[in-house]
Design a binder for this molecule. Sequence first.
Ligand SMILES: Nc1ncnc2c1ncn2[C@@H]1O[C@H](COP(=O)(O)OP(=O)(O)OP(=O)(O)O)[C@@H](O)[C@H]1O
Ligand SMILES: [Mg+2]
Length: 642
Amino acid sequence: MNNEAFLCCETNIEWMNKQGIIQRKLSTKKSNLRLIRSDSRDIFIEIVAEKIAPIKLKLKSINVHKKFMGEGKASIKFLDDNATLYLSNAPPGQLLSFLRTMFVKMTGEKAQKTNKPLREQLLGHRPNQFEEISPITNLEMEKAANKASRSTDTTPSPLAGKKRKLERNSNEKAPAAKKLYAGSPIPNEQLDIEQKEVMDACLSGKNIFFTGSAGTGKSYLLKKIIGALPPDVTVATASTGVAACHIGGITLHQFAGIGGGEATLERSIEMASKPPTVSIWRKCKHLIIDEISMVDGAYFQKIEQVARKIRRNDKPFGGIQLILCGDFFQLPPVSKPRPGEKKASPKFCFQTNAWETCLLHTFELKKVHRQTDNRFIDILNKIRLGKVDEDVINILSATSKQKIEGDGILATRLCSHTADADIINESKLKALEGISKTFEAQDSIPGTTKQLNQQTPVPDKLELKIGAQVMLLKNINITAGLVNGARGVVKSFRDGLPVVQFRNKKEYLAQQEKWIVKTAGGASLTRKQVPLKLAWAFSIHKSQGLTLDCVEMSLGRVFEAGQAYVALSRAQSLETLRVLDFKSSQVWANPDVLTFYKTLDNYKYIPLGPINKHIERKKDNIKKKSTFKSKLMMEKPLMNIC
Ligand SMILES: Nc1ncnc2c1ncn2[C@@H]1O[C@H](COP(=O)(O)OP(=O)(O)OP(=O)(O)O)[C@@H](O)[C@H]1O
Ligand SMILES: [Mg+2]
């Protein structure tokens, strides 16, 4: 079956009379929609659902409303039939492919129809036979995308001239068309074989944990999985605000509604039993968690118990399908000491009973997409496991002297401590001459600044000057290299907006972009802001999940297992990386993580002995360093960037 021409979702169909009064209505919870073609080459949508006879609606003179496609909703108005088809709870990715196929095929059909011989048309007296629509070809896609980009109308439906003008939906602006045609022409080709295997397992309803080294496309795949599940019953979360924003979800804490998890189980259940949290817990069928390595095990255990109680279902997590993703070799959970504890003692999720009872099917992605240089990939894989040999030391040390900046774009410094990164950005901006311009975000609901600061990558106030080092925070034009994470410098201000030049020499006038985040109650909050942030420095914790194209680091003060690995693996290549004072003692893996991964097939042969010795040595180093560290924190941070 051509999956691009198939959609499963809720439908409502309304037929109207000439006066616009509804004559007939039909609602289904689950319909299967198919794009089909008659032997006279007309294209139809066929709607098949239980207890109703199949319905076929001809795709001619239609008006499509697709503004809420991302939420799994769209409507198609059939002007000749005086009917409207409302689609809801559709997996957003499937809906996008379906509408795209519909537009592409209709665009192609219009061109073909004029060439059809009259004789063939006149002889078409047989009862109609229908066949499934063939998959779209690259050529068809290109044609339709060109047509859509030339047109100011985002509903590239083949409506006839005058009618088209009249029926154009004024609510729809260009971005929706951009969304429809962005990315690879053939959506199925966007996943590699390993990723497809995980996707299939997720769609089969199993509990899944997928892992893999940095840059293997875990978050990329997670976004596709979210797009393939029905949105009304799917909750996409991540352990941190930045990671949640990356996949368009909310934090796990926001979803669970039990605060930081410090309360007793009884109190936590009480907290989660309040509306709207309770209804979201009950409605949820698929719970997605990205960056699972940073979720505190005790918290994970608690929400599993809360889920069972709230949903009155004794199955693990109250019967919710779990889709967990992350790399435990990266940053561990951040937790505060509990009452009576001097030091926080975070536990990983895999060390809990809840993890055991969920019977997770585990997958590992091995193909690295972030980097292409195999030498660099090998180095990163060794660092991930805490192994540092002479090759690693030599190659990383050699980067310390390389010039990676150009055209006024300086390298971004990754700092082990957040405060250091903030101070560097502030002081560097202050040191620039010229007047500064402040860009204030426009938030849809007043009083949500703190939440939006946490959940979106853009600040509520952004101060810029000519010469400011910035990073782009949205994919603006993928083919032009204006992608999330691209580094640039502010060259001038035009019409009050910053003009940024990027490493590939492309210039971009940064206009306000929109971020939409979900609240735990399911409402949407919107922030509009220029898609930039200061980029002289970032903290390693804030950089988790990012890809950076010109990056520098000094790892002398790292304090977590995996912190050096996270920092190094942000770089796209050895040529765009500078490690200032690399030492093997900066790299170590958590022994519990190593033991856990040894239970997974691909890690059976990790030589644990030598690595553990290294870890013990490292632990001693941390103890010695901690007094030194607190002294250092009071001194000025490193300022010798570039
Ligand atoms: N199948 C794919 N085809 C093309 N590009 C891909 C594919 N999978 C991932 N990528 C790209 O690889 C880069 C890294 O992907 P992603 O950030 O999802 O990795 P990750 O495993 O989540 O990394 P991290 O562990 O650092 O969070 C991104 O730029 C992403 O777009
Ligand atoms: Mg990721």
